[in-house]
Design a binder for this molecule. Structure first.
Ligand SMILES: *Cc1c(COP(=O)(O)O)cnc(C)c1O
Length: 237
């Protein structure tokens, strides 16, 4: 439990240190707006409570059944739940009912189903489109060539609110390659903004590469192991 506190301190001080680095793309305004999404897949509810006590409010889950179990046990906390895993059609109804955000939308059919299932008494479901920037290395995410069309379709759906992009570039220790990949995601984001989409969320960067992501303009980083420690059991589906 002590370590979640320590890990969070370490993450926050790394983020603060970025403010001191020189980079054209980075601004103090960006740092102030930067959001931390705690990725709690395969972590116990006690760990989520601990992070919550330290001020974390955004939690991300990848597997629906696991997420629903935890949400039931944590219903006393004001958590903003983000769904960040691959989405099968038959899961859209429960996802639309139980999450505030979905960051892994990569096709129109899924967006339509989430829209149709979003309960009227809840605010619009907040959406990031997952963009595939590493080509064949990953099966998930919309191809860059199809991104604008998907964004246009999602923007028309009344029960969804398009907020931005999410990406999971190929993991690498090579900082230059990290930067290059994140820069590509940022360019996709800026191109959509230039087309008139009103976006404010660029969700990129995980435990091993979040500093590069912030330097390339991330507004939200998604951190799992770096906050909670190594995942305690294999993530279940
Ligand atoms: C697991 C996961 C993360 C967090 O990864 P860590 O390396 O543990 O920080 C972030 N985003 C997505 C989509 C994930 O599936």
């Amino acid at each position: 439990m002590q370590s979640i506190f320590n890990n969070l301190q370490a993450i926050r001080s790394k983020i603060d240190a970025i403010a001191l680095t020189k980079n054209n793309l980075f601004s103090a305004e960006q740092l102030n707006k930067l959001q931390l999404l705690a990725v709690s897949k395969a972590q116990p509810v006690a760990a989520i409570r601990e992070a919550y006590q330290e001020g974390v409010r955004l939690f991300g889950e990848n597997y629906l059944q696991e997420a629903l179990d935890k949400q039931g046990q944590l219903s006393d906390l004001a958590i903003e739940w983000h769904f960040i895993g691959p989405i099968q059609s038959n899961k859209t109804q429960l996802i639309a009912q139980h999450f505030a955000w979905v960051q892994s939308v990569d096709r129109i059919k899924i967006a339509q189903r989430l829209n149709d299932a979003r309960p009227d008494n809840l605010p619009a479901l907040q959406i990031c489109l997952q963009v595939n920037i590493s080509g064949e290395a990953s099966k998930s995410g919309v191809a860059q060539a199809d991104l604008a069309e998907l964004a246009a379709a999602v923007a028309k759906l009344p029960r969804l609110q398009l907020r931005g992009l999410m990406a999971i570039p190929a993991p690498t220790q090579d900082v230059q390659l990290q930067s290059k990949q994140f820069s590509q995601v940022r360019q996709c984001y800026e191109q959509l903004q230039e087309k008139g989409f009103n976006l404010d969320t660029l969700s990129m960067g995980m435990s091993e590469d979040f500093e590069s992501a912030i330097l390339q303009g991330a507004t939200m980083v998604r951190i799992g192991a770096g906050l909670f420690g190594v995942r305690q059991h294999p993530a279940k589906h």
